[in-house]
Each structure stands twice: as structure tokens, then as C-alpha cells.
Design a protein around this ligand. Sequence first.
Ligand code: PXP
Length: 238
Amino acid sequence: MAKLGVNVDHIATLRQSRGGREPDPVTAAAMAELAGADGITVHLREDRRHIQDRDVMLLRRTVQTHLNLEMAATDEMVAIALKVVPDYVTLVPEKRQELTTEGGLDVVKHQQALARQIELVHQAGIIVSLFIDPDLEQLKASARVKADFVEIHTGTYCDATGKEQAAELDKLEQAIRGGKKLGLGVNAGHGLDYRNIRPVIALGGVEEYNIGHSIISRAVLVGLDRAVREMAQLVHGA
Ligand code: PXP
């Protein structure tokens, strides 16, 4: 059975929009676990636009499943990972101006630096995953730098339609099989929602799906009815 890792970054985005204390991603993570999440993912970005260092520290102590820390492959982030010791580190490319992670890591190009950082993270007993596009050369390079897992970037598949989407699904299938042949664990994520995930699940072979946006978006809408009712009761004095 595949696992579900829930990304709670968007809860932190909402908190940061007011610079206050709520909603708290630490509370959201506990609720996600109660509802059946198999893991919690947070992306500590270099500009700290959503998740804060405090969140990562607290989550390390409160997460009951496993904590997956997504981060750029920089010396600053590796130092934080060595201090926090999450269960997993997922290395992602990061550009300051992007709205979300755009595309996978270029492991082929950055092989040497990545191998050095992966070794450091491994020494702390942390499992390392690399977020890559569904591409055989990137898979081979990931195995060469001794990653334990790859997370296959599903974003292009999710954005595509019709024949193009079928072709992208094919690429995902080959990447899943290729990764397994190379001895890598295979996760998948980015852009997955309640509809487009079905054909990916049908491929089999993915150990864990990391999903954020679609779950938090649905939570806002399915929770809105109750939230308004409760405030209306207060205001109306019921
Ligand atoms: N996996 C990685 C590596 C990501 O960067 C993200 C987005 O933060 C996700 C999964 C989750 O993507 P989404 O929010 O589109 O579900």
C-alpha cells in the first residue's frame, strides 16, 4: 500500500499573510496524522516565506509518523537538517521568485556538490530523497550520488491534458520502473489532486505521494460551511 505524506506549507502561508500565530502548521500536522496521513512534509525555504525554523523544530518533537524536510541543497539548509534530524530530507531546486518548486533538481549537473551534501546528511542517519523530473539520466545520477529515494516530479503530467497527459503518464511509469531497477525508493509529488492522482496510483510502484495544495484547498472549502455556521451562531446569539 502506498503512503500519503501531507505537505502543510500552505497552512503556514495563511499564517504568514497576517504575521500572527494562526493557523499553526504544527496543529495542522497533528490533525493530518489523526486523519490518516503517513507522513508530514514541510519545505523550509531560504526566504522563510511560509514554514519557519520554529515550525520545523516543533514538528520534529510532535510528528508521530515521519517528518520529511524539503530543502534546497545549500550549506545553510544542510546545517539545519543536521541540527533537526528529520526522518527524511528531500532536496529540491529553489529559486527565490518562483511561486512553487519549478521542475526537478539537475542531479547530473550538480553531482559532486550533491554527493558531498548527501554524505553529510547520511552521517546523521537521515534518509535522503532527490526531487527529479521523470528522466533516466537524472535517475542514474541519483543512484550514483547515493540517494536512497527519488521523488518523481509529477507537475508536468498534472498540467498537461489529452494526449500530452498520456505521454507524461508514460514518462512517469518509465521513471518509476527505472528508479526501482536502480535500487532507489520511488516517491512522487507536485500538482496531484483528487482526480489526476488516480491514473498514477494505477501504475503502482510509488512508495509515497507528497501532496499539499489540493488537500489544503479542499480543506478550506469543506471546512468553510462549519466555520461560517459557528461564527453566525455567535453573532446571532443563538
Ligand atoms: N513535492 C515537492 C518536492 C514539492 O516541492 C511540493 C510543493 O511544495 C510538493 C511535493 C507538493 O506539491 P503540491 O502542493 O502541488 O501538492
